[in-house]
Design a binder for this molecule. Structure first.
Ligand code: NAP
Length: 256
């Protein structure tokens, strides 16, 4: 039986977008633990360098390559730099995303544009350049981070975010059918509240979030970074080899 073991990702190069914080950093460190070399990207260099410092402290290797994923030229250059530095790209985790809550009629135009540009256009641009690289070397894996707010549920004040995450789910499923014949396997995960600042609502404390989730989620708690990282690794590994175009909900039962 195929399972994940210490060397599962040995010799593989992984790109994690939004790898300087939260879920992206946890996913980057988890891949390193299982043998991969990991490049992380985001707009701010400092958090990326801190992730690389943590990667190196754990005995792995990686690189920080700053880029704004809303800009096609920067995304193209990012993929080129990953290949220049590490020789290849095998796995991409498109995790970068933003939110700015607000009811649909009150949303600021600039916030709408920023959310769409990052969460949707940014994922599309990333996939476009990643796929064109992966097909040069015989294939690979892409995991997109959507949300359980989107294709699976909505909440007042989350219109822009939900619309972009539902679109990521649709883009994932469409592309999965287009490229699996070229050995590029594409899936998404849709997390519920995970233990990062993004799951803390405006005006709420971390303790307040945790208290809210005791009743708001069937599982009664926030999701851990480990739980999300292990799910991403499974989807990126041969253990999930027959899983194509799936949008895996990981939300403690919120949308069950
Ligand atoms: N935490 C949750 O409860 C939860 C639940 C469901 C889904 N998610 C999704 O999971 C992903 C990660 O969330 P998180 O909680 O880890 O949040 P986070 O810590 O805020 O991570 C978001 C990352 O995206 C990067 N980013 C934002 N805009 C970018 C741009 N234009 N170009 C490049 N990088 C950009 C940020 O780095 P820079 O600011 O330096 O660019 C940051 O590292 C997001 O897509 C989010 O929607 C989170």
């Amino acid at each position: 039986m195929t399972t994940i073991h210490a060397d599962s990702f040995h010799g593989k190069t992984v790109l994690v977008t939004g790898g300087g914080s939260g879920i992206g950093r946890a996913v980057a460190l988890a891949f390193v633990q299982y043998g991969a070399t990991v490049a992380v990207t985001g707009r701010r260099p400092e958090p990326l360098h801190e992730t690389v410092r943590l990667i190196e402290a754990s005995g792995g290797s990686g690189s920080a390559i700053p880029a704004d994923l809303t800009d096609s030229a920067q995304v193209s250059d990012l993929i080129r730099q990953v290949v220049d530095r590490h020789g290849r790209l095998d796995i991409a985790v498109n995790n970068a995303g933003v939110n700015a809550p607000g009811p649909v009629a009150d949303l600021d135009d600039a916030d709408w544009d920023r959310i769409v540009a990052t969460n949707l256009t940014g994922v599309w641009l990333s996939m476009k350049h990643e796929i064109n690289q992966l097909r040069r070397t015989g294939g690979g894996v892409i995991v997109n981070i959507a949300s359980n707010i989107g294709a699976h549920s909505t909440r007042p004040g989350m219109g822009a975010y939900a619309a972009t995450k539902a679109a990521v789910s649709a883009l994932t499923r469409t592309a999965s059918r287009e490229y699996i014949s070229e050995n590029i396997r594409i899936n998404a995960i849709s997390p519920g509240p995970i233990d990062t600042p993004m799951s803390v609502r405006p005006g709420e404390t971390i303790a307040g979030r945790d208290q809210r989730l005791t009743t708001a989620l069937p599982i009664g708690r926030v999701g851990s970074l480990d739980e999300i990282a292990s799910t991403v690794l499974w989807l990126a590994s041969p253990a999930s080899g027959f899983v194509v175009g799936h949008d895996l909900v990981l939300d403690g039962g919120a949308t069950a």
